[in-house]
Write a protein that binds this ligand. Sequence first.
Ligand SMILES: NC(=O)C1=CN([C@@H]2O[C@H](COP(=O)(O)OP(=O)(O)OC[C@H]3O[C@@H](n4cnc5c(N)ncnc54)[C@H](O)[C@@H]3O)[C@@H](O)[C@H]2O)C=CC1
Ligand SMILES: O=Cc1ccc(S(=O)(=O)O)cc1
Length: 479
Amino acid sequence: MHANLIAGTWTEGVRTYQNTNPSDTRDVIGDYAVASREQALEAVSAAHAAFPAWSLSTPQQRFDILDAVGNEIIARKAELGDLLAREEGKTLPEAIGEVGRAAAIFKFFAGEALRPGGELIPSVRPGVGIEITREPLGTIGIITPWNFPIAIPAWKIAPALAYGNCVVFKPAEVVPGSAWALADILHRAGLPAGVFNLVMGRGSDVGQVLLEDERIAGVSFTGSVGTGQRVAAACVPRGAKVQLEMGGKNPFVVLDDADLAVAVGAAVNSGFFSTGQRCTASSRVIVTEGIHDRFVAAMVEKMKTLKVDDARKAGTDIGPVVDDRQLAQDLEYIGIGQQEGAKLAYGGEALEKNADGAPGFYLRPALFTETTPGMRINREEIFGPVVSVLRAKNYEEALALANDTPFGLASGIATTSLKHATHFKRHAQAGMVMVNLPTAGVDYHVPFGGRKGSSYGPREQGRYAAEFYTTVKTAYTQA
Ligand SMILES: NC(=O)C1=CN([C@@H]2O[C@H](COP(=O)(O)OP(=O)(O)OC[C@H]3O[C@@H](n4cnc5c(N)ncnc54)[C@H](O)[C@@H]3O)[C@@H](O)[C@H]2O)C=CC1
Ligand SMILES: O=Cc1ccc(S(=O)(=O)O)cc1
């Protein structure tokens, strides 16, 4: 049994959750504790009690611990990647890449602990000096989704600790394995009891405690729009800081002058890799008239070569969908697209078994063509390997279609025109813009986040993370 970590002690829950493999539902990975609301409150108390000492810990102490965490994650990359692929269903190379990203994030923020910022500014009054410093917030509630089971926890936990905060971490229910392994590494790296706490369990009870408890100074959340709005509604009135990363309906524009191979490669990568389960995935591909038919034909040819199979099998391109609930959602949207009059140009069938006959949540990637902007498949986040193609007369119409969405996380374009690339970077209404690159595939040391309905609050990642995890103090001294 894998227990929760509360006040430095591994603590059994009130029941257990059986973690299973979406590539082969007969494969049980292990049993994981499910915490009660009372246990979540104990974790908050432990973090709150640990904060005064941890907030005064030296940069060297924080560096040593975070760097050691990064080193252990790298050393165990293959093993942790295998666990991640087994519980979430992304392919082994993708999973190992994600583990490498988590290690790099810990090492980046270890360095940040050694580089505390601050400013000395002369006052407008004679003889007065002003210091501007950053201080940690207190206890941070960290609530994460299932699609990046170690990278998203890493990119919230590492800055929280680096800047001197304590943490109560609630991972997504369906991927407790990577979260538990990370908690074990953090615990053994020498964090004082209570500085980091793991409470696995349901969003509606364990998660809800983190939203409501007055001792939680900030909540960093990634997940669905609905839950994100609930987080804001609970936290903002009580004055807690929030950082929300929610959905996307990311556009990828293909212009007549695009290099066809670059455009198809980027569209397939960002639409279907990781089974389309990335907030940065592009699910709307907007193609201008002159290249439309050639692009669609090349996409279909490429999709025919994609191997949908066990996530951990060599040669698999697309692993299973994470669970039965998400598969049902994907299939429902494929049905909606057909009812709305879109043409299913390729894929979209659920495959009950893989090539070896193992039962799993497999879905052949789907491509819709002849779609229109108002269709639900073009407006709502599906979060699966489902892409729709929209026709545009020219660049101007393509840009307008790209921006015609309530979301604004990532936006991409394939073009060889410097003029259009430059214009697109300036006018795409998104937090991240990619030129001749997939919309998914971000660096770990620069800001990540979106606009409109995709994100709320300060950016994550890189030095910009300090904006959420610290609060600014301005001190005046009369000499
Ligand atoms: N944009 C993104 O990165 C992601 C988007 N999604 C979208 O969300 C849909 C549903 O996926 P879920 O994992 O169920 O997302 P979700 O938003 O329900 O869950 C995300 C996290 O929030 C927690 N949570 C749920 N209710 C809560 C509450 N009342 N208080 C506090 N925490 C709570 C969950 O336990 C989980 O840890 C997906 O189909 C997809 O459309 C899911 C994962 C990531
Ligand atoms: O951890 C979150 C995360 C990691 C990677 C990506 S992307 O696939 O590189 O876009 C998105 C979110």
